[in-house]
Design a binder for this molecule. Structure first.
Ligand code: AMP
Ligand code: MG
Length: 418
């Protein structure tokens, strides 16, 4: 196992160890934002019948082919068709029918002229009236054809497609009220550290609150998974081995934070090695060099570092893609934009650096990235106030204010193209 690998290698290594979870069937409304696990087909034509796109008059276009402002053509209104009605009568020469939006266009008509451009000559414009047309109309004008969107039996949402909010309506219209989608990964979140107390407690001397588990649970949830925050584990080999073994048996994925370095009380690496296969320990990035990954009884176990920002970046960059793959997603890169740096960024560490930053636009509409003043890996606050991470590539090349840098957007879905 190589000592330090690149972020791309780390991501590929982890992605190679996970696959899409089996499908479950969920109500269509619960499928929003999830991936269809099979081709979904409409049971009927959409639209089921040719219908009017306007309130107006249905007629044969040839009837008013000669109509003009100087010589309007008058027709008798012989019926009225509301949405939901079916008109079975005939339309003879010199006749038209009043029609409402969504009502079936009779076979005897081939065009709809909208109400607003028709003059009522006698009556109230309903059946029994006489109306005048001052211009011709095209065949199929304002007529929405049967099967315009899909034919019965046709695939309307393909396997692998992400179902959007509109897709839920589309599927409902196709009679699809239940959708097969990949099961959400159930993710165990374990905080490791003898200094940690739950956030409900006021920490005593030498103790701090476990904040990582909550950020990581939120990240799991945002990635589409189901987080379960497990009890804090003290810094002993035995306690951690017991917790990891139990979690690996019960969950689809295990995420720990803390104890991932080489200190006297850092046990995630030896525990994964003892219980299963240790596949990765160190990634060439900052924050978050210590990133442990392996399998325990075939379950992926990811040991994030304890420092909050390091844990967060490791999750964002490596764990999130894995959880997405388990749900059938095929895009793993957050949207990236190029922006001008608001101030100099010194590069003293050759690792790839992620600077927690704020992306905004200047007066000309160009993107500007302002890295947070405090880039300590121990803090969540600067990430809370950021909306992107500026990427400074491997090497020692510092950047000056105004230079173009890549910014990975936070909390924006991988499907978004910018
Ligand atoms: P470690 O990776 O265990 O050496 O921890 C690095 C730093 O992160 C230490 O200052 C820890 O106290 C802190 N830390 C570890 N776990 C957590 C946690 N769950 N929540 C907040 N801070 C933590
Ligand atoms: Mg520790």
């Amino acid at each position: 196992m190589p000592e330090m690998i690149s972020l791309e290698e780390a991501r590929a290594l982890v992605l190679a160890q996970v696959k899409a979870l089996p499908a479950e069937t969920v109500p269509v409304l619960e499928a929003v934002g999830r991936v269809a696990a099979a081709d979904l087909r409409s049971d009927i034509d959409i639209a089921p019948f040719a219908h009017s796109a306007m309130d107006g008059f249905a007629l044969r276009a040839e009837e008013i082919a000669q109509a003009s402002a100087d010589a309007p053509v008058e027709l008798d209104v012989v019926a009225e068709i509301a949405a939901g009605d079916v008109f079975e009568g005939s339309i003879e020469a010199g006749q038209c029918v009043r029609i409402m939006t969504g009502a079936p266009v009779p076979d005897a008509a081939d065009s709809v002229v909208k109400y607003e451009i028709v003059d009522v000559v006698t009556g109230d414009g309903k059946a029994g009236s006489r109306v005048a047309f001052a211009a011709p109309t095209a065949v199929r004008s304002n007529v929405r054809d049967a099967g315009e969107e899909a034919r019965a039996g046709e695939v309307v949402v393909g396997c692998g497609e992400v179902i959007g909010t509109a897709g839920v309506g589309f599927l409902a219209g196709c009679g699809i009220v239940e959708v097969p989608t990949h099961r959400k990964p159930r993710v165990a979140v374990i905080a490791i550290g003898s200094e940690l107390v739950p956030p409900t407690e006021v920490p005593g001397p030498g103790k701090i609150r476990n904040s990582n588990s909550y950020a990581l649970a939120a990240c799991v949830q945002a990635a589409g998974g189901v987080p379960v925050v497990l009890p804090i584990v003290e810094d002993t080999h035995e306690a951690l081995a017991a917790a990891v073994r139990a979690a690996a048996a019960d969950y689809d994925f295990v995420v720990t934070s803390g104890g991932a370095s080489n200190g006297d009380f850092d046990f995630i690496k030896p525990v994964v090695e003892e219980l299963g296969q240790l596949l990765m320990t160190t990634v060439n990035m900052r924050p978050g060099k210590a990133q442990t990954f392996g399998l325990v009884d075939g379950t992926p176990v990811f040991g994030l570092p304890g420092n909050p920002a390091a844990a967060y970046v490791g999750f964002e960059m490596i764990v999130r893609p894995a959880l997405r793959k388990m749900q059938g997603f095929s895009r793993f890169e957050r949207p990236v934009v190029k922006a001008r740096l608001a101030h100099d960024a010194k590069k003293k560490d050759p690792r790839r650096i992620f600077l927690r930053s704020t992306l905004s636009k200047d007066a000309d509409g160009a993107y500007v990235a302002t890295p947070a003043k405090n880039q300590s890996s121990g803090l969540f606050g600067p990430i809370q106030r950021s909306n992107c991470m500026v990427v400074l590539p491997e090497g020692l090349e510092s950047r000056t204010a105004g230079s173009l840098v890549e910014c990975v957007l936070l909390d924006v879905n991988e499907e978004v193209v910018l």
